[in-house]
Each structure stands twice: as C-alpha cells, then as structure tokens.
Design a protein around this ligand. Structure first.
Ligand SMILES: Nc1ncnc2c1ncn2[C@@H]1O[C@H](COP(=O)(O)OP(=O)(O)OP(=O)(O)O)[C@@H](O)[C@H]1O
Ligand SMILES: [Mg+2]
Length: 248
C-alpha cells in the first residue's frame, strides 16, 4: 500500500497589497506533513509577507490559508500559534533580563494544542528543548549574556517548546559562519526527523536551503515563479535570471 501524503498547510491564491502595491500576487501552494519546504527569492520578493499571512500577522487581501483542513481567516496570531504554528523571527526578541530557561518556559506556557496528542514526558520538558538547541549549560544565564548565535538558538528553543506542528523560520540562521550553518542544517533536519515537525524555511544561503529542503518555492516580485526540488529550481532559467544568477 502506498503511503498517503497528508497536506498540512495550503495557501490558496494568496494576494496581499500594501497601499496600492502588491507584495504577494495570487500565490498558491501546499505543504506536506513532515516536509522541509525552502522559500527563496530576492529581497522584497514577498517571502516574509507570505509567512506573515500564514501566522496571521496580516490578513490576505484575497485568498486564504488552510491549516490542518481549517480556514485560518480572521484568527489572531496567538490563536494561530495555539493551533500549532510557531514562527522564529530574524531578529531575536527574547526577554533580556530573564534567564535562558525562563525564556523557553514562556514558549512552553504559550504551547499549542497542536501536538498534545503525541506529547511525551521528555518532549514536554524545557530541558529537552534547551539541549536540542545546545543551550543546556547556559540555562541559568541571563539572556543578555548570550552571543547572537545563541540568541537565535534560544528563539528556536522557545518556538519548539510551544510544541508546534508547523515551524516557520524567517532567516533565523542568517549571519552564521559555515561551521555554525552546518550545525544549523543538521539541527533543522533533526527537528523534522525526531519531532516530526513540518518546516518552512526562508533563507538566503542557498547551500543551506539546497542541502536541507525537499522542495523549494521561488518568489519574485510577489509572484511564484518556480516550485520544485532544489535541483529542479537550481536549473530553472527563470530562477537563475531572477535570483540565483546574482546570489553569492
Ligand atoms: N508592513 C508593510 N507595509 C508596507 N509594505 C510592506 C510591509 N511589509 C512588506 N512590505 C513590502 O512588501 C514587499 C515584500 O516584502 P517582504 O518583506 O515580504 O520581502 P522579503 O522577500 O521577505 O524580502 P527580504 O529578503 O529582504 O526579507 C516589499 O516591497 C516590502 O516593501
Ligand atoms: Mg523577509
């Protein structure tokens, strides 16, 4: 018997205008459960806008987002988070005066019901997420004392402690050196493999996306110009002209 692919998230003809200008135009896509989907494109292409529509920061001008078969239209960001979508922002926004552990505990307290059906004692523990993010030995330090890289890992640990079903990463790994990026790539794979999450990853470092994502969406001027495996989009002439030709 063939394994059925379950769709976790669908964007249906998503359009977003800011003033008179379209940031996203008629973009449709589906994300399979357990998939790592890369989202790439030049600056201003609409990548963050797409994530903002998924987690309810903005409502779409047209179209809708469906998560686990339910229309998210009209829901507030915290309601969407509770349904199991967590977002890691590019700029860490931790509570600086609190300890690392306390910050992750906040994530856990906002925890969604999304994954409660498969909660295990280990995975519910704050320390499990601290360990995953490599922060266990820093757990009692104030966040002030962390490096930028560690703050990024803390954001990730906090998002994971919410026990989401879907994780949205918006350049959450930017500014890492090659060794740190290798580690981050392994971590993202592990999050999917061990925790069973579905991940949408926006990232400009092509090597990272190409090495981790199973499928890649390419946006340019708010339009979806290609969808495919990393190898397929890498040889797509439209993608090369719009983006890859000038990357690195
Ligand atoms: N809140 C906003 N108000 C007005 N315009 C916005 C807003 N957010 C995004 N835009 C515009 O929408 C377009 C898409 O921006 P978006 O941030 O989604 O791009 P991006 O692909 O994430 O780019 P980058 O790689 O630089 O992060 C841009 O022209 C941007 O100026
Ligand atoms: Mg962006």
């Amino acid at each position: 018997m063939s394994r059925r692919t379950e769709t976790v998230l669908e964007g249906e003809r998503l359009t977003k205008y800011f003033g008179g200008l379209p940031a996203l135009k008629d973009v449709s896509f589906a994300v399979a459960k357990g998939e790592i989907l890369g989202l790439i494109g030049p600056n201003g292409a609409g990548k963050s806008t797409l994530l903002n529509l998924v987690n309810g920061i903005f409502g779409p001008t047209e179209g809708r987002v469906v998560f686990q078969g339910r229309d998210l239209s009209g829901l507030m960001p915290h309601e969407i988070a509770q349904r199991g979508i967590a977002r890691v922002l590019q700029t860490p926004r931790s509570f600086a005066s609190m300890t690392v552990r306390e910050n992750v505990a906040i994530g856990a307290s906002f925890g969604g019901r999304g994954r409660s059906d498969r909660a295990s004692p280990d995975r519910d523990g704050i320390e499990f997420y601290l360990d995953l993010a490599g922060l266990l030995d820093k757990k009692d330090l104030p966040v002030d004392g962390l490096t930028l890289q560690e703050k990024r890992m803390l954001e990730l640990a906090r998002a994971l402690a919410m026990r989401p079903e879907l994780l949205l990463l918006d350049e959450a790994m930017s500014g890492l050196n090659p060794t740190e990026m290798e580690r981050a790539m392994r971590l993202i794979r592990r999050i999917r493999d061990d925790l069973g999450l579905t991940i949408i990853w926006v990232e400009h470092v092509m090597k990272a996306i190409m090495g981790v994502a199973e499928r890649v969406l390419v946006l340019n001027f708010g339009q979806l110009i290609a969808v495919g495996t990393p190898a397929e989009v890498a040889r797509d002439q439209g993608v090369i002209d719009a983006y890859l030709g000038r990357a690195e």
